[in-house]
Write a protein that binds this ligand. Sequence first.
Ligand SMILES: Nc1ncnc2c1ncn2[C@@H]1O[C@H](COP(=O)(O)OP(=O)(O)OP(=O)(O)O)[C@@H](O)[C@H]1O
Ligand SMILES: [Mg+2]
Ligand SMILES: [Zn+2]
Length: 334
Amino acid sequence: MALDAKIMAAAYRRQQQDRESRRRDLERREQEVYSRVPRVAQIDRELRGTAAKIVLAAFETDGDPEAALLQMRNVNLALQRERAELLVGHGWPLDYLDGAPQCPQCQDSGYLRDGTPCRCLNAYYTQEQNRRLSKLLDLGGQSFETFSFEWYSPNGWPEYGRSPLDNMRMVRAICEEYAQTFGPYSGNLLFTGAPGLGKTFLSACIARRVSERGFSVVYDTANHVFQQFESSKFGHENPYEEDPDREINRYLNCDLLIMDDLGTELMSNFIQSVFYRIINDRLLSRRETVLSTNLTVDGLGDRYGEAVRSRIRGEYQVLVFFGDDIRVLKRDRS
Ligand SMILES: Nc1ncnc2c1ncn2[C@@H]1O[C@H](COP(=O)(O)OP(=O)(O)OP(=O)(O)O)[C@@H](O)[C@H]1O
Ligand SMILES: [Mg+2]
Ligand SMILES: [Zn+2]
């Protein structure tokens, strides 16, 4: 999986901050207990010392190291028992001073012995990525679970041979299956249709599900994508204060790129070649792309050229959205 280094770094930072704050909490609890019941502090010191004492004892008792060890162990157990009784006796839970790591796999270091990220760090990665996706998409409100069919008419549309409702049942099912089984051979999707029919909504559903399954997902509008390429090439003022080359890297290398509102940008030869490069590079490296546009496949072909038309025809599953504009329906209803 092609995880994003910057997001991973942020995830790691956050994980280590959490670990540090757990450590500080533990210290605070220790101070609280030690100051109220100094005997516990004494016991803790003794317990820490016993490991060394055990080793010493084994050498010093010339006759019988095993007996010495056994005795140390008994002292240890007695100290632990006394400590537990003191804690509980003063109203603290038994594990009040437990500093056990939250993740037994990596001891909260975030990485396994072979250097791969631990599952707990990957969970931070997903959180971090969703935080970023949420700046552009309504990941909170838009999910397969909240997707509603009530906006799609059950009356047939003759030019499509079915109703918007039947069509969206199929489209939603395909999208959910796509997200659920996402991987390097999932293929690509093209959402095409008039405004206000749920294309961005379904993009959010897919982004969320695929992200939660541990893949790197980038969502952006076509306009913003092209702007980054222009900034990088022409050194334009970048109104977003991002590093355009880094953004371009994310577009080209993420597991799933969702490019929204394609066809609204001001056209130029440069944009044509950038779009071809995105489509072609991602196909060659078997990285998946979801496009959405108000244009038809032929409209896209006219705009971005034959090479793009042929790749979309051959490599994209085209999902057609039709029906009544949900933005208008919602406005009229309220
Ligand atoms: N299935 C749905 N259930 C509930 N609300 C929906 C659904 N689909 C879309 N909406 C709402 O309708 C509005 C328009 O949807 P969306 O933005 O996805 O349209 P779109 O197809 O992307 O339009 P455009 O082509 O203009 O970008 C949004 O407010 C969205 O939350
Ligand atoms: Mg949209
Ligand atoms: Zn771990």
